[in-house]
Design a protein around this ligand. Structure first.
Ligand code: EPZ
Length: 419
C-alpha cells in the first residue's frame, strides 16, 4: 500500500495540463462495444476506473489496446453478455454497460452495483426507463437478468430527476432501437454531450444533447469511429483549487472553459482572479481567500456536486464562514471528518455543512473517504503547516492521473511512498 507524504504552505506556480474526463471516458468505452469495427478513443485518462472498464470490455470478448492516452476497442469478438460480480464492483458506474450490452446482444446479466461512499446509489430511474423501451429485467439475488426480444422500441421517457447515468443508459439503448425516443428532463452535463457526439459519429441520430429534451431516432447499427474525450472539468476545478488554497498562480492547459464557467463566480467571490484564453485558463489567488457565502450543488449547468469537497477545502482556510448545501447525494460530507483532523472547523447537519475558516491548518495523518473527498484532503494538505500523510489512495486513483506528480511540478512538496 502507498501513501502520500506532503508539507504544505508552499505557493504553487506554473503550468498543469488537464487530462481527458473520467466521466466521459467511462460511458464512451461502454458505447464502443456497440460500434462495429475498431473504435479509437483519444485523450483517455490513465485511471483505475478506466482500467475497470477495459477489463469488462475484454471479459465481454472485445479486443482492447491501450497506447498511452489512446485506447482502441475492437468489438468483433463480442461473445458474452454476463459481467461477473467482481468486475461490476470495481466501479459503481459499471451500470452504464447495461444499456449497451443488452441492446447490442439482446441480453445482459449484471450484478446490482453496490452503493458507494456517497450513500446508496439507486438505479430505479435506469431500470424503469429501460423497461419502457421494452427491456425485460428481472432482479433476483443481487443480479439483474435482462432480455430484449427483437429490437427495443423507442418511446417518450420522462425522468423524475436528470440522472446522468440513467440518461446515458437510455441513449445507449435508444440509439439502435426501433423508432424515436424522447428523453424529457435529461441530464445536460458536458459528458452527456460528448457521448451524443460520439454516438452520432458512429451513425446515430441524436438531437438536443445538452438540453433538457433529447431526441434519438433509432438506426440499424453503429459503426466504429475515432473520438477525442473532452477535458475533465472536475480535474480542472481541482487544480484551480490548488492554486487558490496556496495563494498561488497556475496556468491550466487543455481545458474547456465553458464547462467550468459556473465555478468562476465562486472562485471570484473567494478572491481569485480567473482569465481564459482558448483552451487555457489562468487562475491567480489572493494571499488569503475570502469565504463563499453559500454553495448549492445542482444538476448541470448548476454548481457541480463533484466540486463541493474541493471548494470546502478552500473554505477551511478562508476568512469568514461558508455554507454548503449538497442537493445531489445523500451522504457527500464524509471528507469533513478528515478535514477536521487537519484543524478545520466544520459542522454538518444533513445536507448542510457550515465551515468556519481558520488562518492555517495543521498537518496530520488522514485517510481518503471517496474520490473527491480524497482530492479535498490533498488540497487541505497544501494549506497545512507541517507534514500531512494521506492513505487509502485507491479512491484518488479512480479519478486523478498522478496528481502528486502534477502538483510537485508546480512547487508542492508532495511525494508518494510505499507504506
Ligand atoms: C455521475 O454519477 C458521475 N459519475 C458522478 O461523479 C456525479 O457526481 C454525478 O453523475 C452527478 O453529476 C459518472 O459519471 C461515472 P446521477 P451518477 O445518476 O450517474 C439519484 C465523481 O466523483 N439517482 O446523476 O451515478 C442518485 O442517488 C462521480 O466523478 C436515483 O435516485 O449520478 C443521486 O442522488 C461521483 N435513481 C442523484 O440521483 C437512479 O436511478 C444523481 O445521480 C439514478 C440516480
Amino acid at each position: 500500500m502507498s501513501k502520500i507524504v506532503m508539507e504544505g504552505c508552499r505557493r504553487l506556480s506554473g503550468t498543469v495540463t488537464i487530462h481527458g474526463a473520467k466521466n466521459s471516458a467511462l460511458p464512451l468505452l461502454s458505447a464502443a462495444l456497440m460500434a462495429d469495427g475498431v473504435t479509437e478513443l483519444q485523450n483517455c485518462p490513465g485511471l483505475s476506473d478506466v482500467e475497470a472498464c477495459v477489463a469488462i470490455l475484454r471479459h465481454l470478448g472485445c479486443r482492447v489496446e491501450r497506447e498511452g492516452h489512446r485506447i482502441l476497442v475492437d468489438n468483433s469478438g463480442l461473445c458474452t453478455s454476463d459481467v461477473p460480480d467482481e468486475l461490476m464492483r470495481e466501479m459503481r458506474s459499471s451500470i452504464v454497460f447495461l444499456g449497451a450490452i443488452a441492446s447490442k446482444t439482446g441480453r445482459a446479466v449484471l450484478s446490482f452495483p453496490g452503493g458507494c461512499e456517497l450513500g446508496p446509489r439507486p438505479i430505479d430511474l435506469h431500470l424503469s426507463a429501460l423497461r419502457q423501451l421494452g427491456m425485460v429485467i428481472e432482479e433476483e439475488r443481487g443480479k439483474l437478468r435482462c432480455r430484449v426480444r427483437g429490437r427495443l422500441k423507442g418511446c417518450q421517457i420522462p425522468l423524475a430527476f436528470p440522472s446522468v447515468g440513467a440518461t446515458e443508459n437510455i441513449l445507449l439503448a435508444a440509439a439502435t432501437a426501433e423508432g424515436t425516443t424522447t428523453i424529457l428532463n435529461a441530464a445536460r452535463e458536458p459528458e452527456i454531450q460528448d457521448l451524443c457526439s460520439f454516438l452520432n459519429s458512429c451513425g446515430a441520430k441524436i438531437t438536443g444533447a445538452g438540453e433538457g429534451t433529447i431526441t434519438v431516432q433509432g438506426v440499424e447499427r453503429l459503426t466504429a469511429c475515432c473520438h477525442r474525450v473532452i477535458p475533465d472539468r472536475i480535474e480542472t476545478a481541482t487544480y484551480m483549487a490548488a492554486a487558490a488554497v496556496t495563494g498561488g498562480s497556475l496556468v491550466l492547459k487543455g481545458v474547456e472553459p465553458s464547462h467550468v464557467a459556473t465555478l468562476f463566480p465562486v472562485f471570484e467571490e473567494m478572491g481569485c482572479n480567473v482569465a481564459v484564453w482558448q483552451n487555457e485558463l489562468l487562475i491567480t489567488a489572493p494571499t488569503r481567500l475570502r469565504r463563499v457565502k453559500s454553495v448549492r450543488t445542482m444538476p448541470y449547468p448548476g454548481f457541480p456536486t463533484d466540486a463541493q469537497a474541493l471548494i470546502m477545502a478552500m473554505a477551511c482556510v478562508a476568512d469568514g464562514t461558508s455554507v454548503f448545501i449538497e442537493n445531489i447525494f445523500e451522504n457527500r460530507y464524509k471528507h469533513a471528518g478528515e478535514l477536521m483532523r487537519l484543524g478545520a472547523k466544520i459542522k454538518v447537519e444533513g445536507r448542510v455543512a457550515v465551515v468556519e475558516g481558520v488562518p492555517v491548518l495543521s498537518g496530520a495523518p488522514v485517510e481518503c473517504t471517496d474520490l473527491r473527498g480524497g482530492a479535498a484532503l490533498v488540497l487541505a494538505g497544501l494549506a497545512a503547516e507541517g507534514e500531512t500523510t494521506i492513505t487509502a489512495l485507491h479512491h484518488l486513483e479512480r479519478g486523478y492521473e498522478s496528481i502528486e506528480d502534477s502538483l510537485a511540478a508546480v512547487g508542492a512538496q508532495i511525494r508518494r511512498v510505499e507504506e
